[in-house]
Design a protein around this ligand. Sequence first.
Ligand code: GUN
Ligand code: ZN
Length: 628
Amino acid sequence: MVRFEIRYRDACGRLGILETRHGKVETPALLPVINPNKLLISPKEMGKLFGTKIIITNAYIIYKHEDLKERALTEGIHELLDFKGVIMTDSGTFQSYVYGDIDVKPREILEFQREIGSDIGTILDVFVLPDDDHEEARKKVRETIKRAREAVDAKGEMLLACTIQGGKHEDLREECAKEMSKLDADVFPIGGVVPLMEKQLYRELAKAIVHTKMHLDPSKPVHLFGAGHPITFPLAVALGCDLLDSAAYAKYASDDRMIFPWGTEKLSELEEIPCHCPICEEISANELKKMEKEERERAIAMHNLYVSFSEMKRVREAIRRGNLWELVEEKSASNPLLMDALDFLREEKIVKWMEKFEPISKPSAFFYTSKFSLYRPIVYRYRKRLMERFVPKSRVKLVPEVEKPYSRHYRGLWKKFDGDVLVLSPFGPVPLALDEIYPIAQSVFPEKVEKDGCMDLLKRFMDKYKITEEEKYLEKGKDVDFERVKAVVDFQFGKGVSEVLLNGKVDIVKSERTEKIRNVYCDGKHVLSMRAHDGLFTLKPAGAKKLMRAYPPLRFRVVVEDEAVPFIKEGKNVFAKFVVDCDPELRPYDECIIVTKSDEYIAVGRCLLNREEMLSFNYGIAVKTREI
Ligand code: GUN
Ligand code: ZN
């Protein structure tokens, strides 16, 4: 069984830890492709210079080379490549794609990978070409699945990568992903995508990834075969790829092309090199041009790797900070073809799938960075919840946007108006009661922005509740703090939940300094605390117990095995392998109630995984326990 766990997440991207016989690797990781015939830069050097902990090489090339084969079999692959980290091997599928037939049997090359001590070996999958028709692609997919089944029996201690093929056929990607997920595979590469990347068909690439990921066991790491250029890293990772390999650094270097975060440039066309990597610090464009071919190739390959590894750091940092979507959109501004991928990701069916993996709140503000920003899953979620969970009064007053938080400006009006005050924000209409939640308050927009979908949402909202726009003011004023607490509870936990949680005498305690809501008591019991940074609630044990009395399982709950109970009662986190079941509505970073199999309260916590993931993962943390 592969040991893989999620530590942080953003979009469908995961920052995880993959454990192997040769150590742990932080994902998403870049695997430089090592050509065993041509060590332009040795793996050891890569380890030293870039901190590379994982590389990928080709077992078929080694197998076909008498001397290399002999040495690999006697010394092992780690000795042969002089690398102590993790080594993944590919099988020869790509050679069959490039050169036509290859003369090795699937079983033979799999056993060879095992015998030379590869940490992650790959099946000899059958490459489905983008142009393969359904009939042809289906044959190849069925053969690939058959080979994967046979490979499972032969993998031994080696982790096994079972490639998902299917070409452009959605149903075949689905079939392949589902069948492979049933097997004892450890890594799922997405195959057959190199031609898409070479032609920059990024919409097709996004489709291949999404149509695969949607049906794949989410607990296993996913590899993208031939991701190559760093411009695709944020997109691939945002869609859930954990391992990306790059042969591009060497391939481009061999014809004097330099990789940059925004694209590729020919050395011959550069006057200056816009880079500060150790190579470019030392050498000018002119000096580089004058170098001997061999030396130049190595220098450019080095530069290409510096840039690629640095871009991967950016991606990982973006996951930690929660601004991976901003990074994806930034890349699309450097290459319009990437916009075709973002355009595909706007489709309702796709956003709906992505929303299940999207964190409830993030450390960074929502930055509007392109016309695709308002199609991110978090916006979809806001709009959906506004429609389904916010019950308005029958009368509204529509007001323009002002500086955030809106309620500071409109508080007087809000108190007096006998209805709901709705701010026309780019996210859609925002009732003042919801103006402090993530990402409404934590967002940055330019002054003028196309409010895609905002007016349409407003109309649907008004029609649904038969609301009219009319002015009527109260004599006495209303309790807007209570209104806020109610609205946020319903938005966060579900329609009508506030009536259960706040069904007694409610006391709201505010911060004296900021005047923001801090704690909420109901009949003297502390049920909720509001977080200042995202305006959402933390559930307290008294609140959790109230919810449990009112709502049957599995609502809000994560059910754990008996053996885990004593540990959780000591405040330990909930490991995924002990989760029996949970509420399908829970999202990453949602509040939840941890219970026993007989539905007894244990603790409150914060989910790291959604239901699908909690049930699939056998490793790592599922819920961070907060309070007993
Ligand atoms: N390298 C690039 N694409 C592929 C693929 O589809 N399968 C395998 N095994 N290796 C690849
Ligand atoms: Zn450089």
